[in-house]
Design a protein around this ligand. Structure first.
Ligand code: FMN
Length: 330
């Protein structure tokens, strides 16, 4: 049974990864319904939070039904990170997660995200200070290292644990790899097998089939799987993995009705939460996967992704529902 601080997150939990403009309340709700055990917000800038930047503050919205939920923040400045901890606490999350893994230039160049992998002492001291500043469990999400020649994840994980980090999620790539190549889970397993480690070690990177999730559990012996891209437009991934764990068999994919219904609810919840313009825009990235497998779908997809008017998108869903009602997904 894995525990993050005092929070029981079950046997080999599935965690929805923090994903910018993806892991928002509507999507988290859908993933939770389909079996995600822990969900995280997308990363939130500590500098944005302390400036009270509206976009950052909105990302703090969390809902009872999604618990346990972690709010993820990033930054490299101690004072800003501590102030953000206080702001984040007011939203009442179950977990505060620190992003020490984001590889994008605008984040890394400020020493934040994966940028901190070049300064392990700072990474540890920031975590230490944040742990001391809150009663909530603090977790860390990071990568294997800055580049292939500087992989120190074994030492990093131990030091983070020693300053009170309550769980660590490790993406099996270096910053230099960005998203290229295959995630390497062997160094994550080394962290887990270190006899000094007692906090949960969650694996991340390329879990895109139930078989891969089983492998992460049984071959690599990790404590849980954090799932990102495989869930985009496919929240059913969580239930499929769980079903496979329980029965060793593949669950039939969702039928058209279920997909259309999820797309409708996703769009409606997004509009309710962030308004029509942003709601319509940011839900677009999910449609390809929601309807993957339908032949000659381009015409319908274009209707869903080119109009700024929610009514047009809902009309496209209705059309798809009518046109492909008996379609069997592989
Ligand atoms: C669109 C997108 C946005 C992401 N945003 C974040 C983020 O805000 N915070 C973070 O820690 N990782 C972020 N990531 C990285 C994911 O959490 C995850 O580590 C990565 O996608 C590898 O896992 P996967 O192979 O299951 O997708 C993002 C990834 C994607 C694809």
């Amino acid at each position: 049974m894995a525990k993050i601080g005092d929070i029981d997150v079950g046997e080999f939990p599935l965690l929805l990864a923090p994903m910018e403009d993806v892991s928002d309340p509507p999507f988290r709700a859908l993933c939770k319904e389909q079996g995600a055990d822990v969900v995280y917000t997308e990363f939130i800038s500590s500098e944005g939070l302390i400036r009270d930047a509206a976009k950052s503050v909105m990302k703090l919205d969390i809902y009872e039904k999604e618990r346990p939920v972690g709010i993820q923040i990033f930054g490299a400045n101690l004072e800003s990170m501590l102030q953000s901890v206080e702001i984040v606490e007011k939203s009442g999350p179950d977990i505060i997660d620190i992003n020490f893994g984001c590889p994008v230039k605008k984040v890394v160049s400020k020493g934040a995200g994966a940028g901190i992998l070049k300064d392990i002492d700072l990474m540890v001291s920031l975590t230490d200070a944040m742990v001391k500043h809150t009663n909530l469990p603090v977790t860390v999400k990071t990568r294997l290292g800055w580049d292939h020649d500087s992989i120190k994840i074994l030492e990093v994980a131990e030091r983070l644990q020693d300053v009170g980090c309550k769980a660590i999620s490790i993406h099996g790539r270096t910053r230099a790899q960005m998203y290229k190549g295959e995630a390497d889970w062997a160094p994550i397993a080394e962290v887990k097998n270190n006899p000094r480690m007692h906090i949960p070690v969650f694996g991340n990177g390329d879990v895109d089939t139930p078989e891969r999730a089983i492998e992460m559990r049984d071959k690599f012996g990790l404590d849980g799987a954090m799932i990102g891209r495989a869930s985009i437009g496919y929240p059913w991934f969580f239930r499929e993995v769980k079903h496979y764990f329980e029965t060793g068999e593949h669950l039939a994919p969702p039928n058209l009705q279920e997909r259309v219904e999820a797309a409708r609810r996703h769009l409606q919840m997004s509009i309710d939460w962030k308004g029509e313009k942003l709601g319509v825009f940011e839900t677009r990235r999910h449609y390809t996967n929601y309807f993957k497998g339908i032949p000659h779908f381009k015409e319908y997809r274009m209707k869903m992704v080119t109009s700024d008017d929610a009514a047009d998108v809902f009309a496209a869903f209705d059309e798809v529902e009518k046109e492909f009602s008996g379609f069997e997904f592989a």
